[in-house]
Design a binder for this molecule. Structure first.
Ligand code: AHR
Length: 852
């Protein structure tokens, strides 16, 4: 929490302040009574192990040991919770974990309010429940903006404003969050300091200290809350910097090798990652299958008095895979009049200056249609045409037509649409209507340049494809059926994905592999293993055999040569060279398979794949007993604090069992993309994976992409955000990039004496002699360190620091401000076998040193 640099400018509210209902100063310092200084007779009794501690406001405070039964009991409700009230207290916790309620009033089953630390967010909150019923336990919660520190005094104030019907939390006098709430019940029980009530039982006991607790039968205005906190802020968080710590690196001690494959990408069709994302196609619903009842994303254009109609037509199939076409009837049009169909793209069509767009479509016309067809990219009202082309001679049979649309000097916009129109009467049918901007490496049917460049900048070593849930599908019929995703687009039916929309499958298996090739990644191929999200599964045995065969065929398509059946198919599809393949994952998150069939399914796939490809490393998605997998895929979606706390997760891991693929993980803070706090949690977690890279051989953050348009996303926190026109990397993206770009091939021994909010690891590039010291400081204070570098003859005085930091942990990047939090590269000097370095507050630092 950023503390205000303030003087003692205003006096605290006194006992006579309007509405003061109770005030416990805890100045007794001994005995078991906490008197009410308001004069309203609400004195309390210390219970259990409650005692006394040095105070912040005055000499004494209440000390609570964090044990059930220890709190202060006041045998009456000090305020009426149906009316406006304020609960305020200074609090200090020993450990920032669990639920800890500082002030509450009992109902029968729950508390009337909870001024508390919350386990689910790791933050302070002011929570109120709609009724005295633990069954309805969704609170109105006003939450703090930042994570608290242990052993630090904070002033909390929860305000219920019955007139505005809101609850607000203040921390250190600063408003945090206000949420709507209307109180409908009066908590009639005891006022409690140091616990709450839930499910009819006392809960949330506090470990730490509480001082100067006040209850007001009034919604204190912000200025009054500030005045309560302000005089004590300096004492609560002295500006004195943290003392130095010692970080000792032993270059002579290699503790592990860094897996060359450690940093990679995980991807799937979620939040419009491909359609409306990486896959550069600009037309949404190009094959008219998104909605069986209407041509979704297409609309009728009738300009200048022309009339016409558009409709889905299943009577003119283009192919077995694409049985639906768009019938465009131009009833009347002449001269400059036009009738046609407009596509709104994926939240617009991106228009950039001097750009060539490739249009292609299949069409057929009735003989009466004289053409031509006009293709245009234009503003949504049709008033501005950015690019236009004509295609003449549309014949009576299905045929593919192509054209180029070129923009001139235009201001970039995505407020645009694509229109196919005619100025003569007639009927025609359209299918597979496609519009591509320039693609990465100019691949036909390729990928968006800006997004590919962002991925290239991460220097990823692998791509886990085609996904997690996306591989499985909601049902077996909706799984990723790879054979339907290869070959000409006219043969790809597309399919319903598990995230609420159809996939065009323009990003098919070969496109995934070419994406790997473009970024010099190797594929980590996940094969469908007979289990889908809604619980359908295929029992091991003969029924599973076709799926096992499908996986063998898929492996052959990826890695087989032209002499193999499926290798030859790939050659026919335009890629003669086999792709390198070393890892195959069998299924996804099969711990969700409650039938217990994974053990048998894994064994059947394992045996068949190993028999044909003994060198392939096989990944299980959960623990199995039937076979010993080479690697196990583990997933962690957590808060930043949980990630940081668990940074030593793999330090004591078995070195004799299967290796680990941390195939999905993220600090889930910040929407739609992570903020700086999440990046700090991520980086702390990555120090642990890198330090233990002999066990954690591959890792990938998830999910990778999000289309940030309203309705574009199905997942909270995603690495890279975009709309049709531009994109940005989140702070977590830059953390990934830093770790992936700056690591050596061996992990070095290192120790750190005391600094609870620092995470670190040290690696060395043994060829170049470069040592990389990575330090993550999640504290809001700068952390000085003495660094010693042992086991070397010399350390060059000049080095480089790559630093990602920001003023506050909630800082983030957005489309509008994409470079708010980005790494800076600085020259540093004064390095040596002993040197001092200060790690900034909220920072990720990589110090690059040359040693001999
Ligand atoms: O990454 C998003 C989803 O999270 C993946 O589809 C799934 O594997 C996991 O549950």
């Amino acid at each position: 929490f950023g503390l205000l640099a303030v003087g003692f400018c205003s006096a605290p509210l006194n006992a006579q302040a309007p509405g003061l209902a109770a005030h416990w100063t805890f100045e007794e310092g001994s005995g078991t009574v906490a008197a009410d200084a308001s004069g309203n007779g609400h004195s309390g009794m210390l219970q259990g192990g409650a005692g006394w501690a040095p105070g912040l406001v005055g000499a004494h405070a209440l000390r609570l040991p964090g044990r059930p039964g220890s709190f202060v009991d006041v045998p009456a409700p000090a305020v009426d919770t149906t009316k406006s009230f304020t609960a305020a207290a200074w609090v200090k916790v020993n450990d920032v974990s669990g639920f800890q309620t500082f002030v509450s009033i009992d109902g029968d089953r729950v508390s009337g309010f909870y001024l508390q630390l919350r386990a689910d967010t790791g933050r302070f909150g002011f929570a109120v429940l709609p009724g005295d019923d633990p069954g309805d336990n969704r609170p109105a919660l006003a939450s703090a903006n930042d994570d608290p520190e242990p052993d630090t005094w904070y002033h909390l104030a929860g305000v219920y404003d019955a007139t505005a019907q809101t609850v607000t939390l203040y921390v250190n006098g600063q408003p945090q969050e206000t949420v709507p709430f209307k109180s409908s019940w009066r908590a009639p029980g005891h006022t409690e300091i140091g616990r709450g009530k839930f499910g009819g039982r006392p809960v949330d006991f506090v470990g730490g200290a509480i001082d100067d607790v006040r209850l007001y039968q009034a919604a204190l205005p912000a200025a009054d809350v500030r005045a309560l906190a302000q005089p004590y802020l300096q004492a609560a968080a002295p500006a004195a910097p943290l003392g130095p710590v010692t970080l000792a690196i032993n270059v002579g001690q290699v503790t592990a090798h860094v897996s060359p494959l450690l940093y990679g990408l995980m991807t799937e069709e979620i939040s419009h990652s491909y359609d409306g994302g990486l896959y550069a196609e600009l037309i949404q619903n190009r094959v008219f299958k998104d909605n069986p009842d209407a041509p979704a994303h297409w609309s009728l254009v009738q300009d200048g008095g022309a009339t016409g109609a558009i409709a889905l037509d299943t009577g003119q199939p283009l192919s077995a895979a694409l049985p639906v076409s768009l019938k465009l009837t131009v009833s009347s049009a002449s001269g400059t009049q036009r009738a046609g169909a407009a596509n709104d793209g994926y939240w617009g069509i991106p228009v950039t200056p001097n750009t060539r767009y490739r249009v292609s479509f299949y069409a057929k016309a009735d003989p009466a249609f004289a053409g031509p067809l006009t293709l245009s990219i234009e503003s949504n009202d049709g008033a501005t045409v950015y690019a236009r082309a004509r295609v003449a001679n549309i014949g009576p049979g299905w045929k593919q037509y192509a054209a180029t649309l070129t923009t001139g000097t235009v201001a970039p916009t995505e407020a645009a649409r694509f229109v196919v129109s005619a100025s003569r009467p007639g009927t025609l049918w359209l299918d597979l209507v496609s519009l591509f901007p320039p693609t990465y490496h100019n691949r036909p049917n390729g990928n968006r340049v800006d997004l590919m460049q962002k991925l290239a900048d991460m220097k990823p070593a692998f791509l886990r494809l085609p996904g997690g849930n996306y591989l499985e599908g909601n049902t077996i019929a909706e799984r990723f059926e790879w054979k339907d995703t290869v070959g000409p687009l006219t043969g790809r039916p597309g399919h319903q994905g598990p995230w609420g929309y159809r996939s065009s499958d323009g990003m098919g298996l070969l496109e995934f592999l070419e994406w790997c090739e473009d970024l010099r990644m190797q594929p980590v191929l996940a094969v469908y293993a007979g289990f889908s999200l809604r619980g359908e599964y295929v029992a091991p045995g003969p029924a599973l055999q076709p799926y096992v065969q499908d996986a063998l065929d898929e492996i052959e398509y990826v890695a087989g040569d032209a002499s193999t059946r499926w290798g030859a198919e790939r050659v026919k599809d335009g890629h003669p060279a086999p792709f390198p393949l070393h890892y195959v994952e069998i299924g996804n998150e099969d711990f969700f398979d409650r039938s217990g069939s994974y053990d048998g399914r894994f064994a059947q796939f394992y045996d068949a794949i190993k028999a044909k490809y003994p060198k392939l490393q096989l990944i299980a998605t959960t623990r199995v007993r039937s076979r010993t997998p080479d690697v196990i895929d583990e997933h962690y979606y957590r808060s930043a604090r949980e990630m940081e706390r668990d940074a030593h997760h793999y330090d004591g891991y078995s070195r004799t069992g299967p290796k680990v693929f941390v195939g999905e993980w993220a600090s889930q803070e910040g929407r739609p993309t992570p903020d700086m706090n999440a990046a700090l949690g991520d980086a702390a977690w990555m120090t642990g994976m890198e330090r233990n890279s002999d066990v954690v051989v591959i890792e990938s953050y998830a999910p990778l992409f999000v289309n940030v348009n309203p309705g574009g996303s199905q997942w909270g926190t995603n690495l890279i955000g975009y709309d049709a026109l531009t994109s940005y990397g989140s702070p977590s993206y830059y953390a990934q990039q830093m770790f992936s770009r700056y690591h050596g091939d061996v992990v070095l021994g290192a120790t750190l004496d005391g600094a609870p909010r620092l995470s670190y690891d040290v690696t060395r590039d043994s060829r170049k002699g470069t040592v990389y010291l990575k330090v993550v400081n999640t504290a809001g204070m700068a952390q000085p360190a003495h660094v010693t570098v042992g086991g070397v003859r010399s350390v060059a005085p000049d080095g480089i620091a790559v630093v990602l930091t920001s003023a506050g942990p909630r800082d983030t990047n957005t489309l509008a401000d994409p470079n708010h939090v980005v790494p800076r590269t600085l020259k540093v000097n004064g390095l040596g076998p002993n040197f001092s370095y200060t790690f900034p507050p909220y920072s990720i630092t990589i110090l690059e040193m040359q040693v001999r």
